[in-house]
Design a protein around this ligand. Sequence first.
Ligand code: BTN
Length: 270
Amino acid sequence: MTTPPQVLLALTRQAETVWQSSQPVWPGLVVEVLPRIDSTNTELMRRAREGQRDPVLLVAAEQTAGRGRQGKPWVGEPGASLAFSLGLPLAPADWSGLSLVVGVAVAEALHPEVRLKWPNDLWWQGRKLAGILVETALVAQNRYAVVGVGINLQTPSWPAEQGVSGAGLAPVLPVGLHALPDQGTDLDAGQTLAAVVPGLLRALRRFETEGFAVFVDRFSQRDALSGQVVRLSDGREGVAGGVEPDGSLILHTPEGRRTVLSGEVSVRPC
Ligand code: BTN
């Protein structure tokens, strides 16, 4: 598939704006736009393994091997989706809740009706609008975070069976940003990038010094699962009761109150 030149143009047109808005928050951040790459996360992890630990925003008009959580592929058509990764030398006292912070910042930048499906999906009306993949690498004794974000701009035309599913859980259908009320169809990949990145950088800075605890209220305001009966991929069921200050999910089960760490499971409303 060839990448339509207008997709690349839309992204490069916004690169300067994004760079300018990023400098007060993250001085020295480099903005790089590529026509095609296997995966922006894979590329930044490769660079980190080679010793690269400078702050960078890597945006691709097309990913040929986009990756999601738990080894799943992430498929996004050029122009119909936005894919980018931030590579940042972060040094928080506690890393827990990082992907939830990313979700909060991206959701707030996109639309008031966007909800957060713990741990790191963005939903609108029960459909998946965006996903987050956070990875870290050790570079010269320091941790380097690679924060990948994929946003559907147009609703993908996948059939229901190809929806996103967790082990033994019902698939979730995707939806595009353009389907949201008052969103119009004129927000291209570059404009969406420019809308999302400044708030995301500010949130990551705050996370680094204050941790996830100061984001709990903002997460709760958009929590898609709170109060719902949910099923976990490990078979447990219960009522979701929000998140702890460390980002773990609170689950009220017949056996009592439990907390679930984000790496452990997938979760769906019943
Ligand atoms: C998920 O929902 O499972 C996470 C999806 C993350 C997709 C983004 S797109 C940019 C970055 N590069 C990747 O290969 N993945 C992330």
